[in-house]
Design a protein around this ligand. Structure first.
Ligand code: ASP
Ligand code: MG
Length: 471
């Protein structure tokens, strides 16, 4: 069996849905339309929908009724536009359109209850976030059926069993395996193609959970491992894992083969195309993972295996993330203790906000927290509530992180000193630094408006444009 996972950008609009359906049909069926092999599809919410859903829940909790109603209306029109464009004049249009409307009515009811309570728990936030994938699976399954594939939409809440760590739940593999045996195997044996929601799962009592933002990749790996799939393919919008973001550095090179450990490292530093937890389930079962481009399906992308071929080229990678802001937690007098830092991080974790990077300075008695821009107000509210009186909170301009991740053996001295030298030469303003205790990787927080130039300069300075052909 092959598990194919499609991310939010791959299903951004009607045209993208149609493209994804083409890719699936081509892989699942032969030229005569007969089923070629066992396939399972995992799909994310349409691009941006999860962030909007969460923003709506926060607006509801804060009593901003108009805002959550607008979000609901926008989601409705975006999903119906896809349904109208792809299932126009077909009976399926009415059926799926009706389903989308029902789901969004339920969402509005949930928003209203949050507004009445005036409080949003992480559990409530998961319940809201789970709507995005539930909407996209129904649409994709209907489009596939319309093309003659026996596709069936399934919710991850019935398949992936997790603990109750809402916002970042962990799978319970034995119970998940059992569910997959009961629900998925009989379907695929009959030639049905399951289209499963990524990112969302449920506790064994059936309470919806999520696996953390970007978690659809993780779902694909969990289902792949649970079903002993032959391969897991992660379809995104770039040609695999590259030496830099190709939107910034068009000459960036694809890393053709990586080991599980190398890929996990890159993912932990924020390589957008792969959720960091994706590697673990496939490593345990030795299942090859491919990162491929749904907008360029002929490209081989990146293959991630236990033991890559010995002749492959070793290249470092630059990973940049934008859409972030920094919150500085400070204290006026000399009462700074580790508890202040621990309290801030704990409060954010409990409130379901991820902190992609943080650093503490020795001299300033302050903690720098890098958070997503869309989470900033939520984080400031939480910190304002949870931290003691003497603490001050400040925000800076928009920031970005740039991580340089090397591989042992690329050169003798590691990559950290090269990266610092390059930034110095370029004159990038470095706001904060975080480094693991190895010389293989380092992360910088820089002003967002300097990120593109900095990444381009680093890519050149590290010699990544000169190395031999590897695409
Ligand atoms: N829809 C979820 C998110 O935006 C999961 C994913 O896309 O992988 O975080
Ligand atoms: Mg992703």
């Amino acid at each position: 069996m092959i598990v194919h996972k499609f991310g939010g950008t791959s299903v951004g609009d009607a045209e993208c849905f149609a493209n994804v359906a083409d890719i699936i049909v081509e892989r699942h069926c032969d030229a005569n339309g007969a089923v070629r092999g066992k396939t399972l599809v995992v799909v994310s919410a349409i691009g941006g929908a999860t962030s909007q859903l969460i923003a709506g829940a926060r607006a509801a909790a804060a009593g901003r009724d108009t805002e959550y109603r607008e979000i609901k209306a926008e989601l409705l029109s975006r999903h119906l536009a896809v349904v109208d464009a792809l299932l126009n004049h077909r009976p399926a249009r009415l059926e799926v359109g009706g389903l989308v409307e029902d789901q969004l009515h339920s969402l509005e009811r949930l928003y209203r209850s949050i507004a009445v309570l005036g409080e949003l728990t992480v559990r409530g936030c998961d319940a809201v976030a789970s709507f995005g994938e539930q909407l996209s699976v129904n649409i994709l399954a209907a489009v596939l059926r319309d093309r003659g594939v026996r596709a069936q939409a399934l919710s991850g809440t019935e398949l992936s069993v997790t603990d109750d760590n809402f916002g970042a739940a962990a799978p319970l593999m034995d119970q998940t395996r059992q569910r997959l045996q009961e629900r998925i195997i009989p379907l695929v044996e009959r030639g049905v193609l399951p289209v499963v929601t990524g990112y969302i799962a449920a506790t064994k009592e059936g309470v919806p959970t999520t696996l953390g933002r970007g978690g659809s990749d993780y779902t694909a790996a969990i289902l792949g491992a649970g079903l002993e799939a032959d391969e897991v393919w992660i379809w995104s919008d770039v040609d695999g894992i590259l030496t830099a973001d190709p939107n910034i550095v068009p000459q960036a090179r694809t890393l053709a083969e990586l080991s599980y450990t190398e890929a996990a490292d890159l993912a932990y530093f924020g390589a957008d195309v792969l959720h960091p937890k994706t590697i673990r389930p496939v490593t345990e079962s030795g299942i090859p993972l491919r990162i491929v481009n749904s907008f360029n399906p002929a490209h081989l992308g990146t293959l991630i295996v236990e033991t890559p071929s010995p002749g492959r080229q070793l290249l470092p990678a630059i990973i940049s993330t934008t859409g972030l802001t920094m919150i500085a937690v400070g204290i006026q007098d000399d009462t700074w203790t580790l508890q202040v830092a621990a309290g801030a991080l704990q409060a954010l974790s409990k409130a379901g906000a991820e902190v992609p990077m943080f650093s503490q300075s020795f001299s300033e008695h302050s903690l720098n927290l890098v958070v997503r821009e869309q989470d900033q107000d939520h984080c400031l509210n939480v910190l304002g509530r949870e931290l003691s009186e003497g603490c001050s909170l400040g925000t800076t301009e928009k920031v970005a992180t740039v991580s340089v991740v090397g591989v042992p053996g690329w050169n003798e001295t590691g990559i950290v000193s090269h990266a610092f030298a390059a930034l110095g030469k370029h004159g990038t303003r470095v706001i904060a630094v975080a480094q693991a205790a190895t010389e293989y990787s380092v992360s910088f927080c820089v002003p967002e408006d300097q990120v593109a130039d900095t990444v381009r300069f680093l890519h050149r300075e590290l010699g990544l444009e000169r190395v031999g052909q590897q695409t």
